[in-house]
Design a protein around this ligand. Structure first.
Ligand SMILES: [Fe+2]
Ligand SMILES: [Fe+2]
Length: 170
């Protein structure tokens, strides 16, 4: 298992100082063993957290709370494993919030970020700008991770189909 230093591939000390205690939490570290979008749930969460940090800081928003909540947005292990896909998609944000509250102090802003990150799959509108930002960053990260985790033959096949479609459309 990698140590904390090896995980510092985003190279930003302030980012890591904000999330250090979460990265040291034993339960949170279980996410390193769970596959998610072709990578680990830990690495997916770290990516969403880092881009939330960069975006919310640049926009002058509450970047400390947003960065921490973004890291915790998929904080679940096997709680929704037995559920069918559509139910798991809707239910995992509440499980993540429950786990986050169990181990960390969670503000209203952070709770909103975590529990609404699957909007519009979950119906309730995000209340804060930070919640909208995490929702969008999570979507973009998911698409990126799913695409780049595919093996090269499959990627090549997708590119081929894409080129054929482009030729047909023109
Ligand atoms: Fe999620
Ligand atoms: Fe996610």
């Amino acid at each position: 298992m990698k140590n904390l230093k090896e995980e510092k591939f985003y190279e930003d000390d302030e980012f890591y100082s904000i999330i250090e205690d979460i990265l040291g939490n034993t339960h949170f570290n279980k996410l390193k063993t769970i596959r998610h979008h072709g990578i680990t749930r830990f690495n997916h969460s770290l990516r969403v957290s880092y881009y939330t940090f960069k975006t919310t800081k640049k926009l002058g928003l509450n970047y400390v709370e947003a960065t921490r909540a973004a890291l915790l947005h998929d904080f679940f292990t096997d709680e929704v494993k037995e559920q069918k896909m559509s139910d798991a998609l809707k239910n995992h944000p509440s499980v993540a919030l429950m786990n986050a509250k169990k181990y960390f102090d969670i503000s209203d802003l952070q709770a909103d970020i975590i529990v609404k990150h699957m909007f519009p799959v979950t119906k309730e509108l995000p209340k804060y700008k930070e919640s909208w930002i995490v929702d969008v960053i999570d979507d973009v990260a998911s698409v990126y991770e799913r695409t780049y985790s595919l093996n090269s033959e499959f990627q090549a096949a997708l590119n081929f189909i894409f080129i054929i479609l482009l030729i047909k459309i023109r």
